[in-house]
Ligand binder design. Structure first.
Ligand code: HEC
Ligand code: HEC
Length: 288
């Protein structure tokens, strides 16, 4: 439709559209707007030619540059694997002492160990390995099962009460629940353990418990209560407690005898990773 319907006020043609008596002026589009519009079209055409753009039935147009982030990631991953492979292989072949003595290998093991620890161990042992009730602190030099790098590596491989055929295993009997000793004797033994850890305790109860401790407990905890890493029995004379230092916690352990469980890691991680973890845990404790 052609209009030569001029607006009287502005002298500009109208488009002929009208809504409730309001008519639309046929102004040209602003220059700046048009130029941006043309520039966008030019850019789009350039983009289609250079970059992957249009989907087709079989794949897509790759463009002259054939850029692909996915391919780039694959290339970088391959390079990283080759580099790690070399360092991983030296971890496998070196003994734990050799790793700790070689600054470059040790730095690599510590970095790898810290990252695996954060993802897999911190859930139970706390961020940084600080531990919690029932979960040993891995930052001190108090060990249930031994703190040499080899001990730690073995603990990680087989786990603790984990069902692995060679797992670190032992079970303190539930002295109260299974009526191995009387409830009164459990109370006396609680006092005895409190006394062992250099705190004030009921002297009469301690005297009554002494022969019971030698008969029932010294097999694992030792005659002086110093513990035994071969069976994971804690030292009862120090300030470090797995299940709590108060009388109620000690009583509860003598009555029910919990045994902590840690999974085996040798099916989850390769040798290099387990060694890296052992070096990391060892260094994070005192490194002794
Ligand atoms: C599901 C919880 C859980 C996870 C996950 C876990 N642990 Fe443990 N870990 C335990 C418990 C519980 C014990 C103590 C077992 C016991 O009472 O003897 C333990 C004990 C240990 C010990 C022995 C400490 C000692 O005093 O001898 C080491 C070392 C250890 N964990 C390292 C690790 C590392 C490294 C990881 C990660 C690969 C890890 N743990 C993941 C629960 C866990
Ligand atoms: C068969 C070995 C064995 C015998 C016997 C045994 N214990 Fe234990 N005891 C353990 C083990 C192992 C643990 C650690 C459990 C764990 O790691 O979860 C433990 C833990 C404890 C704890 C907790 C320590 C802490 O750090 O929280 C106390 C307290 C304790 N025993 C007292 C006794 C007393 C008292 C007796 C004797 C009536 C006794 N135990 C007999 C193996 C034994």
């Amino acid at each position: 439709m052609v209009h030569n319907d001029k607006d009287e006020v502005t002298g500009i043609n109208t488009t002929g559209h009208e809504w409730d008596g309001i008519r639309e002026l046929d102004n040209p589009l602003p220059r700046w707007w048009l130029w941006i519009f043309y520039a966008c079209i030019a850019f789009a055409i350039g983009y289609w030619i250079l970059m992957p753009a249009w989907p087709g039935l079989h794949g897509y147009t790759h463009g002259l540059l054939a850029k692909s982030d996915r391919a780039q990631v694959a290339v970088e991953l391959k390079a990283l694997r080759a580099q790690r492979g070399a360092e991983g292989a030296s971890l496998v072949n070196a003994s734990l002492e050799q790793i700790e003595a070689d600054p470059k290998l040790q730095a690599y093991a510590l970095a790898a160990g810290a990252s695996v620890f954060g993802d897999n161990c911190a859930t139970c042992h706390g961020a940084g390995g600080g531990g919690g009730k029932g979960y040993p602190n891995l930052r001190d030099d108090v060990w249930l099962w031994g703190g040499t790098p080899e001990d730690i590596e073995h603990t990680l491989r087989v786990g603790i009460r984990s069902g692995h055929p060679n797992a670190r295993m032992s079970q303190m009997p539930a002295f109260g629940r299974d009526q191995i000793v009387t409830p009164d004797q459990v109370n006396d033994l609680t006092e005895y353990v409190v006394a062992l850890s250099h705190r004030k305790a009921n002297a009469a109860a301690v005297a009554r418990a002494a022969p019971v401790f030698q008969a029932q407990c010294s097999v694992c905890h030792g005659p002086a209560g110093l513990g035994n890493q071969a069976v994971g029995a804690p030292n009862l004379t120090d300030r470090d407690w797995l299940y709590g230092s108060d009388r109620a916690s000690i009583h509860s352990q003598i009555w029910n005898a919990r045994g902590g469980v840690m999974p085996t890691w040798e099916k989850r991680f390769d040798t290099a990773t387990i060694k890296a973890l052992a070096v990391y845990v060892h260094a994070n404790a005192s490194g002794k």
